[in-house]
Design a protein around this ligand. Sequence first.
Ligand code: NAD
Ligand code: DAU
Length: 365
Amino acid sequence: MTGFNEDTPVSPRRLLVTGAAGFIGSNFVRYWCSRYPQDRVVVLDALTYAGNRENLAELEGRDNFRFVQGDICDRPLIDNLLATEHIDIIAHFAAESHVDRSILGPGAFIQTNVVGTFTLLEAFRHHYHSPAATATPTKLFLHVSTDEVYGSLGPDDPPFSETTPYAPNSPYSASKAGSDHLARAYFHTYKVPTIITNCSNNYGPYHFPEKLIPLMCINMLLGKSLPVYGDGENIRDWLYVEDHCSALDAVIHRGQPGETYNIGGNNEVKNIDLVRLLCGIMDELAPDLPVRPCEKLITFVKDRPGHDRRYAIDATKIKTELGWTPSVTVAEGLRRTVAWYLSHRPWWQPLLSPEYQAYYRQVYL
Ligand code: NAD
Ligand code: DAU
């Protein structure tokens, strides 16, 4: 066990959360601060194109919250934060996270995902073994990773378990696989308490427009075509982001250092079916749409190179060992998500910047 107590925390825990101006990290920090308000949360984020301080707006100004703009590759900065903030837990979300961008330019993925994770692990190793830190020995490095490291499943293959061999197929998943191996090695070699989580596709509020679900919601609201890659038969296992946060909570409090936990929603859906579901919900919820029904906007476009066919997670271990199960059905989660994009135009409109448009043209035109 990690030694952290969720029911009666003896003293406030001090977390360094990397990448928390992004999608999942910002949802996690909001979740954590509302559940454990006594804890101190320090966010470290470089504010790349995917990072947005607006995602944390409701936490800014709280006593127990601090935002630091900086790079996870900056070792002196991390050493300083770990020491001066007396950090107990690193929850490491920072990454380059979009597969299509990794195909266009893999260099940033190697730098942030591999070199950045290495830099954090090195800093944490020294912090963990420092005399000041050993006086309060309960510490944890939570490495948040992805199911994509396991590669692609055939239609009849069993879902990914924690013992499935790694077989990453994109520069993104290869860089995440490299970072997972480092997190594992630091436990075995240096006895640094690391835990790795491999989660399936998340969705929900604050998801950057480039990813499938927000892209489809926004394009429907703008009356733009809905680009489905290839034949649309690729399968993903969808998990509402709040359920990912509650799974990470269970791992932080009840997980075993040195272990890996797969996290998934048991919601395998073909892309084309998902897009049709979103169209139906949008038709129902949106009062005025440029094009209706939204299905008229579906367009099949050229496939993603190396596109993984199917992902599916076997989440038996986290269920039986840590007592976690997801609570939001895909029908409910998609409805909440569509409603969020419908009511948060001021959040997403500025993200469709000239840089974003240039990226969009590169992938889709
Ligand atoms: P995201 O792209 O929305 O956010 C990434 C954040 O990291 C951004 O705020 C960005 O500014 C920050 N960042 C990037 N490079 C940095 C650097 N060098 N230093 C500091 N900050 C940096 O990503 P996300 O979808 O929220 O994913 C978060 C983590 O969860 C990633 O590690 C990803 O691999 C993993 N994951 C994502 C999913 C998913 O479906 N989105 C599923 C499983 C696992
Ligand atoms: O499985 C977890 C992973 O899920 C995370 O590790 C990644 O960070 C996250 O981006 C996500 O990766 P995917 O590549 O699965 O997500 P994306 O939203 O980009 O695409 C989902 C599926 O939809 C995939 O099969 C590709 C397809 N797609 C995507 C886009 C953006 C389309 O058909 N059209 C699109 O325009």
